[in-house]
Every structure is written in structure tokens, then in C-alpha cells.
Unconditional design. Structure first.
Length: 347
């Protein structure tokens, strides 16, 4: 069929118009930062299972609040004696809740929100910190001064077997902070809280779940009044947030003598959390600012939190790394916890 020049120009004009229409299609706005008040007057911890976020109320509470990925409150795990530290299984289908006032650790199905198990850690143990390496669920415990130690639950046994006093060469002032590496089941990190200077202890996990102390930090290098610790996914780098210095510090797990990187936060660092892939580090202090860094200390972005100061250790990444969850607490008289959902740009 013959097409005239005029028809050709008309088709070209129409095609250009269609292309222009496609190119000029509206672009969806980027997600915005949100803040949701929670029915909690104290804060324990926060974790993200992807579609659900869990926030515990701490030793003086009875609730774990359940929120959607965007921060909307959708439910509550209620009637719990002092829910404190929270931990998710590797497949994110089980939520472990430390219950120090009940000397126990509870396990919940993250889908049905039904309690699936409760592990008795022994009278007078007060389990307050959790970590997971394969079949072993570790807990830092201690109710009294210099009564702290590390316990282990062997989830591979039926019934599960609880063992305490795993740290045979170290006494802890109180329940130690624990951290594990998602891609390395052979290492465990423990932090000594409430002392100045602070200390961290690097352990090797041996056959049968034994603990061997590898090393501790040089004197005063961690700083004072340790408040949070973390390990990167491979277990090669550890992170500390202490009351001083006014920055989160990174150290090689193999040599805790000199920081390999620092992450300024302002006065009194209170939380540090590497992303699931280890490419970004969230760090915050007792201020309204929250920072995201690369592992080399380069700042990627920062957020300003309204509604009070970030609670100790209350940071969590979404599994895909697109959101950061932070829980702040308003000490000015409102006595209200707030869940912040922060969209993090790819870095």
C-alpha cells in the first residue's frame, strides 16, 4: 500500500506524541518518613520480620506491639512478664522474646502470633539479651551484680536443652549484651555493660556448642558505659556504641585494639545496627538524629526523629534494607513510645 508523505508525517507526529506521553507518565512519590505512637510507656527492643514489625515494652511492661511494615499497629502480644530483648529466627518465622522477670524465653509464630514454646532458664537467671547461631539460642543473663553469664538453649534437641554458665573464664557485672553473625555460626560477641571503661569479649563456638574466649579489647579502647554491640554478617567486624566517645566504633573481630572506622553520632551513642547485607551501618545517640553510614565511615544519609530520643538499642533494618525502624521515647512527660519508619536510599 502506498503511503503519502502527509500520512507519514501524521504517523510520525502521532508516534512522537505517544512516546512523549509514555515518558511524561507520572512518577510515584518516594516513601516518606512516618512516626506512629505506640501503646507503650517504656521500650525494650524492635525487630522486623518483613511484613511485620515487633516492639517490646521492656521489663516493666506486659506487651509486645505488632505493627505492619509501614508502621501501623495491627495487634499485641499481651500478658507477657517483662518482654525485653527480641530476636528472629533465620527464616523470620519465629520470634524469641526474653522474659527476665519470669526467668524464661518465649517463642512465637510470626504469622499466627501464637506462642509455640517457652524455655525456662532457671530461677534467678533473668535472661535479658539474645543471639542465635544455627541450632543454639544464646542468652545473656544475670539478676545481681557480678552474677552475669551466658546461657545456651540447644534447639536441635527434643526437648530443647538449657545450659547455663557457658562463660567459664569471665564474670559479668550484669547480664551481658550478646551479638551473633548471620553468616558465621562459629563466633559470638559479649559486651560488659554498666562499667567504665567498658569491655567486649570475642568467643569461638566449638563442636557441641562450647564457648572459648578468644580475646577482649585493649584497656579503655571501647570507652565507657557500653549500650549496644553488633557484628557484621560475616563476623569479621564488631561495632560498639558506648556513652563515650561520641561516636560508634568498628573493630576487627580478630584484633580489638584500634578502631577500623568511626561513625560520629553526637553525645552518648545508644544504638548501632548493620544492615542484613552489611553494606550500611545505622548509628544513633541520645539525640533526635539517626545516621546511616557505609562501613568505611562515609555518611549516606541522616534522619531527624520527632517525639523524643532513640531508645537504647532500638534499631532494626527491614530484611530488604529499604526501611529502617527506630523507636524513640518522650521523657518530657508524655510517656509515649513512637515507632519511626525511615525509607533508606540505596547506598
Amino acid at each position: 500500500m502506498h503511503i503519502s508523505r502527509g500520512t507519514t508525517l501524521a504517523l510520525a507526529t502521532l508516534t512522537a506524541g505517544l512516546l512523549t506521553t509514555v515518558i511524561a507518565a507520572p512518577v510515584h512519590a518516594a516513601p516518606t518518613q512516618t512516626a506512629t505512637p505506640l501503646p507503650l510507656t517504656t521500650v525494650g527492643d524492635v525487630v522486623s520480620a518483613g511484613d511485620r514489625v515487633f516492639v517490646s515494652g521492656g521489663p516493666n511492661s506486659t506487651d509486645v506491639v505488632v505493627a505492619s511494615a509501614t508502621g501501623a499497629v495491627v495487634g499485641t502480644l499481651s500478658g507477657l512478664p517483662g518482654p525485653s530483648d527480641l530476636l528472629l529466627s533465620a527464616d523470620r518465622q519465629t520470634l524469641y522474646v526474653a522474659l527476665p522477670t519470669a526467668n524464661a524465653i518465649a517463642a512465637f509464630d510470626t504469622g499466627s502470633l501464637v506462642e509455640s514454646a517457652r524455655y525456662d532458664t532457671g530461677a534467678g537467671e533473668c535472661p535479658s539479651s539474645l543471639a542465635l547461631t544455627g541450632r543454639y539460642l544464646w542468652f545473656g543473663y544475670g539478676c545481681d551484680q557480678w552474677g552475669g553469664n551466658i546461657g545456651r538453649i540447644d534447639l536441635g534437641r527434643q526437648p530443647a536443652r538449657v545450659t547455663t554458665a557457658m562463660a567459664t573464664t569471665q564474670d559479668f557485672y550484669g547480664a551481658p549484651l550478646l551479638a551473633a553473625a548471620s553468616q558465621n555460626r562459629s563466633v559470638l560477641l559479649a559486651g560488659q555493660m554498666s562499667l567504665s571503661p567498658a569491655s567486649v569479649y570475642a568467643y569461638a563456638i566449638g563442636a557441641g556448642g562450647t564457648l572459648t574466649l578468644l580475646r577482649t579489647n585493649d584497656w579503655t579502647v571501647i570507652g565507657s558505659n557500653l549500650r549496644d554491640i553488633a557484628l557484621d554478617p560475616t563476623g569479621t567486624t564488631l561495632y560498639t556504641a558506648a556513652g563515650a566517645p561520641y561516636e560508634v566504633q568498628a573493630f576487627p573481630f580478630a584484633d580489638i585494639t584500634t578502631p577500623s572506622a568511626t561513625f560520629p553520632t553526637g553525645a552518648y551513642p545508644t544504638a548501632v545496627e548493620p544492615s542484613r547485607d552489611g553494606t550500611r551501618i545505622a548509628a544513633a545517640a541520645d539525640t533526635s538524629y539517626l545516621f546511616v553510614y557505609r562501613p568505611d565511615g562515609t555518611e549516606l544519609t541522616r534522619f531527624v526523629l520527632g517525639g523524643g530520643e532513640l531508645s537504647q538499642g532500638a534499631l532494626a533494618w527491614s530484611p530488604n534494607g529499604l526501611r529502617l525502624y527506630a523507636v524513640s521515647y518522650d521523657w518530657t512527660g508524655r510517656n509515649r513510645a513512637t515507632l519511626h519508619v525511615l525509607p533508606v536510599p540505596a547506598g
